[in-house]
Design a protein around this ligand. Structure first.
Ligand SMILES: CC(C)(COP(=O)(O)OP(=O)(O)OC[C@H]1O[C@@H](n2cnc3c(N)ncnc32)[C@H](O)[C@@H]1OP(=O)(O)O)[C@@H](O)C(=O)NCCC(=O)NCCS
Length: 187
């Protein structure tokens, strides 16, 4: 039961306000602007970045995107009108036998609460289900990260559970929420 999953299509992917595209070396300043913000990384397992860490992150992303075809999309979120990178979004096949991927995202604080991440994430679900024929896409977040789980709900994911003290954060063991959407529910 391990039929091949088609590789991810080649970016960029457009939405109304965004371009989801490969990172470029000259994105450093834009990426570092959000990666250094303690508010942005509050519930993340990385950051706030030093310039060196952002440089390493960017060079890893450039290396990964050169390795196509791939079942990992780690993309810059470019604001189409402002022509700058405001965040990142990732779709990664985690369990090929079960055609399952996860999704993750973050954007720069001035762009919060405008529905931008949900807009980008919906586009990646289209890639996941329509182009890659996946069966299930899940996402997890710190249970305190309301913005993140609201995005999951807005893109049609359902809450499947609360994993008790499943992640060790900067401030100790914390609960993690698990959300997912199935191909048959999507669209
Ligand atoms: C969490 C995050 C991705 C939300 O993205 P966004 O584009 O602001 O999301 P939306 O505008 O679609 O808002 C989603 C909902 O969350 C709410 N929300 C957004 N940011 C919030 C915050 N900081 N605190 C509480 N609620 C928040 C919005 O009001 C909205 O709620 P509503 O639908 O009930 O009105 C973004 O704030 C972010 O990048 N945060 C830092 C990185 C991060 O935590 N990433 C997720 C890791 S799992």
């Amino acid at each position: 039961m391990t039929d091949e999953i088609p590789p991810a299509p080649t970016p960029p992917f457009r939405t109304e306000r965004l371009i989801l595209r490969d990172f470029r070396e000259d994105d450093f300043d834009d990426v570092h602007a959000y990666a250094v913000d303690p508010e942005v990384v509050r519930y993340m397992d990385w950051g706030p970045n030093t310039p060196e860490v952002t440089r390493q992150y960017l060079s890893l992303a450039l290396q990964q995107q050169a390795e196509r075809p791939s079942q990992v999309l780690n993309l810059a979120i470019e604001h189409a009108a402002e022509r700058r990178v405001i965040g990142s979004i990732r779709l990664e096949v985690k369990d090929p036998a079960n055609r399952t991927a996860d999704i993750g995202y973050s954007i720069h604080r001035p762009y919060w609460r405008q529905g931008l991440v949900a807009e980008g994430a919906r586009r990646l679900l289209e890639v996941a289900f329509r182009d890659m024929g996946l069966h299930r896409v899940f996402a997890t977040c710190d249970a305190r990260n309301r913005g993140s789980w609201r995005v999951m709900e807005k893109i049609g994911m359902r809450r499947e559970g609360l994993l008790r003290k499943a992640n060790r954060r900067r401030d100790g063991w914390q609960d993690t929420l698990l959300y997912a959407v199935l191909a048959e529910e999507w669209g």
